[in-house]
Design a protein around this ligand. Structure first.
Ligand code: GLY
Length: 385
């Protein structure tokens, strides 16, 4: 039986490295909302664009993760500076509501780690209002005929009225939260109908998942799949697998419905079976052997989902999920972290998409989920999903 207890030396050391690095970099980047690093220094996505619809600026989908890291550190250390910096980052996101056109289904990723976290910790009424505002925007993207939440706004390359994507499973917890908070079941109804659609159309018999499924927005039937950020249509984008794994676990946590736990486990088993011996996760499990593109962020997100599954299963199964999570996290710590002051991010070798021109960069959600996973092992994460 594998136990990660409080006396675990490795865990205590990683936790210490996280607190040291966050203590330093939170002061250094307190005025920014970082996404990646440029020559080791955090960039800043909290920038405005006069056109008001700049998705890469203040509306960028990852702009909640920096706040999430700060709230995790506030929760675990009690240091007031983290709260102050997190509030500062959350306030900046109000510009997105005013601009509106740059927002899409990723409002969950943006306002769960910021406003939901803040409200959970401080009962700040402004945070509650922001999170409810975001939940209403997300609910407004629901297509009742197809029973799916539309993912993105139209892309330069075409019409996406019928597109849903696996990442959505991390956005719908905002809807579960809104129903619990207001007592109005509408939000939860939408989340469950969407989760059912994703379960029935994205998850393949072997436990792998599609990134994108296109529905007919008028008739509701699924018409096409896309490889999206993975290698090709029908391949297996690893971060997408982790959004499914962790996301279905969240739907189980919010509803108690066993079918979502079963789906999370199905995806987890596929993921675990495909973890290479060296513990380094590729961008796509079905990519060619060369080039050896990898994505550290997928490893961190998978670890979070696996740890959550391990909490609700029996002793024998628990070992399977925890062992896999530990392999991923130990590999990241030993081979894919930079704890020095040469780089503002912690994780190295994240990849946003297989066909992007840039690979192996630091990406803020890699750091976020790595911290969340380590705090889970410590039994002290702030759980707001
Ligand atoms: N949600 C988009 C991504 O995972 O890159």
């Amino acid at each position: 039986m594998l136990v990660v207890d409080k006396g675990n030396v490795w865990l205590d050391q990683v936790f210490q490295k996280i607190t040291d690095k966050m203590d330093w970099v939170s002061d250094k980047s307190q005025d920014k909302i970082p996404y990646t690093t440029i020559k080791g220094t955090h960039d800043d996505r909290a920038v405005q664009n006069p056109s008001g619809d700049n998705e890469d600026g203040i509306n960028w989908w990852t702009n909640g993760f920096w706040g999430g890291m700060l709230w995790q550190m506030y929760h675990v250390t009690g240091h007031e500076k983290y709260k102050q910096y997190a509030n500062f980052a959350e306030d900046k996101l109000d510009a997105c509501f005013a601009q509106f056109y740059g927002l899409h289904h990723d409002v969950g990723f943006m306002w769960i780690p910021t406003s939901v976290a803040n409200y959970q910790l401080t009962q700040n009424p402004a945070s509650r209002k922001r999170a409810l505002h975001a939940a209403n925007l997300l609910a407004g993207r629901y297509n009742p005929v197809g029973q799916f939440i539309r993912a993105w706004n139209d892309l330069p390359e075409g019409d996406t009225r019928g597109w849903a994507i696996i990442d959505s499973m991390l956005n719908i917890p905002l809807l579960y939260w809104a129903s619990a908070e207001t007592g109005d079941p509408r939000f939860r109804h939408i989340a469950e109908r969407h989760a059912d659609t994703v379960m029935n159309t994205f998850v393949r018999p072997d436990g792998s998942v599609h990134h994108i499924v296109q529905f007919d927005p008028f008739l509701g039937n699924a018409v096409k799949t896309y490889g999206g950020q993975g290698y090709e249509n029908g391949s297996s984008w690893t971060r997408g697998q982790t959004w499914g794994l962790y996301g279905f676990m969240m739907s189980y946590q919010h509803t108690g419905n066993e079918k979502y736990l079963h789906t999370a486990k199905q995806i987890a088993h596929y993921f675990i079976a495909n973890i290479p011996d060296n513990g380094i996760i590729p961008v796509d499990f079905r990519q060619p052997k060369e080039p050896t593109y990898e994505d550290s962020t997928a490893a961190a997100i998978a670890a979070c989902g696996l740890i959550e599954i391990s909490k609700v299963v029996g002793a024998y199964e628990k070992d399977l999920y925890l062992r896999a999570a530990l392999k991923l996290l130990r590999t990241l710590d030993e081979q894919r972290t930079d704890w020095s002051t040469n780089c503002d991010c912690i994780l190295q070798n994240g990849s946003a998409a297989y066909h992007n021109s840039t690979h192996h960069q630091s990406i803020i959600y890699g750091d976020y989920y790595f911290i969340e996973a380590i705090l889970k092992l410590k039994g002290n994460d702030l759980y707001f999903w």
